[in-house]
Design a protein around this ligand. Sequence first.
Ligand SMILES: Cc1cc2nc3c(=O)[nH]c(=O)nc-3n(C[C@H](O)[C@H](O)[C@H](O)COP(=O)(O)OP(=O)(O)OC[C@H]3O[C@@H](n4cnc5c(N)ncnc54)[C@H](O)[C@@H]3O)c2cc1C
Length: 595
Amino acid sequence: MIYKADVLVVGSGGAGLRAAIAACERAYESRKRIKVLLASKGKIGSCGTTALAYSDRMAFHVTLPTTEPKGEDNWKYHAKDIYEIGGLVSDYDLAEILAKNSADAYFYLDSLGVPFVKENGVPVQFVTDGSIYARACFTGPDTAVQIEKALIRKLGEMKDIEVLEDVMISDLIVVNNKVCGAIGFKENQNIIILAKAIVLATGGAGSIYKSNVFPPRMTGDGYAMALRAGAQLVNMEFIQIGLSSPKTKLACSGSIMRCVPRFVNEKGEEFLLNYPITYNDVFEKGATWPISYEHKTCLIDIAVFREIARGGKVFWDFTQNPKGFEFEHLREDLKQRYYKEVKNQIGSRKTPYERLCEINPQTVEWFLKRGIDLRNQMLEIAPSIQHFQGGVKIRENANTAIEGLYACGECAGGQHGANRPGGNALLDTQVFGKIAGESSFEFALNTSIDEESIVCQANRLFESYKSYIAEDGIDLENAISELNRVMDLYASVVRHQDGLQKALMKIEELKTRKIKPVEYEYLLELKNMLLCAEAVVKSCILRDESRGPHLMFENYSDLWPKPRDERYNVYHVCRLNKETNQIEVFPMQSVKPKA
Ligand SMILES: Cc1cc2nc3c(=O)[nH]c(=O)nc-3n(C[C@H](O)[C@H](O)[C@H](O)COP(=O)(O)OP(=O)(O)OC[C@H]3O[C@@H](n4cnc5c(N)ncnc54)[C@H](O)[C@@H]3O)c2cc1C
């Protein structure tokens, strides 16, 4: 089956929806007609992170006129946080674009009916990790879901967007460094899409790890397709990891830590007592949720990781206080922070459960609805992958190294550094989603494509997939679990050169193996995951220091990771060498602020 479009948007999360809508809105403004195809791996609104992710309070980071410190240029503080707290490894001009356009992105979503929490008509904002001022707006644990729903409502009004559901785009077609189409599968049938411009909005690659809070089938297809097409990836070693509930896939940040639960292993031991961690640190972990070398609280993640890596399990117990802890012992400034958050005065704050009921009753309810009663049940936790800060290297128009190819949202890279202000990922979907949509429309207006040569190239690509399969190949599930095992063990919380080399050897081995016959979609997902994993591991190996979530250890058993090293104030860029089928990683200076 052959489809034709001016613009193909791949992915129906916050970024893809915003891009498709923006392409049409820009066309209407220019009094032009345009055909946009929106291809989605699953049913729209039921696949991808935006549609399915929850945290105890999901943040949308934005600088509004009412945001402190007030003033016309208050977005500059936001840009500075992205760049400086981000570890000086993002493109400063992209950070400025994010910050400067954040208010417009908020007001657009507000106009679509996203129910942001407000007091007296003013959006409520709170401080998240990676920022100094209170900029995070929210609707509750479902901020992303609300954004997705609002954009889908808007999409319904746009006559020029055709949605292709249950389609996996597998490769891009590029002629003379210009994108001109894509191929993929719909219900296991080959499809070819002729498109003048393409926006990749395929989200992150959470599935390369077993311990992740991503929805299923987030296999980094956009990263891998971009590499094969000749584009570059950047900052792939910077992956947000934080304590989460694997059973419910809830990222357990802020308030859950501020109620100071008891950390126990499967033997009931309070293992944090073996580390130089105080209860003030546990409380503060709430504002430093993703692992960050720059915060001492990363020791909590390291402790939890080690318990699990030795084959154990870790739980939070809300029924009683950790050994020797009473709420009154907390540092005064932390208690004041707690009091500010109280929503539901229950009169007692003796146990972690009672404290959680006071500061975040919504989360208590959320777990109850999923059959977990925190009054009498422990919650299993693990450090889990939540967000890829890096991705397809973009510049200010969301453009990549390939003409006509744009990327946005979690699929794109360069706009975030090592640490990311909490809530800035959802913001990114809206700001760069809009830019990518508009840029793709402009590009499509002024270009043409040669249909015959695209179809020839498409058929060659379909033919090449056959070589990955053999009756005596390995089982797909086994290959995925082998990959997940080495990524969880060697490329997540505790990274060290020996382990990373072991992970790389396993990836190399799996890359050469043929797979027992399966549907092409699943086979190609594995191929994509292997390429993404190779990019992550090779980027980690090159960064022989600690920065943001990248904790590099001299030896596995060391208590503290290696220090940050100013020689690594560069980002790492990956490209695919097509001759060797190997990823090459090299350092590059990011765009700095103007003096
Ligand atoms: C548990 C959790 C909590 C989070 N909390 C926050 C938070 O509080 N604040 C914040 O800012 N960010 C948060 N994030 C991150 C943020 O939600 C994501 O970065 C963001 O939603 C990604 O949006 P996206 O549109 O880029 O990708 P997604 O929403 O993941 O959409 C990707 C789309 O691409 C489709 N797709 C993928 N591959 C293909 C293919 N080959 N062919 C066709 N379609 C394809 C998918 O099906 C999907 O429709 C959280 C993430 C998680 C997992």
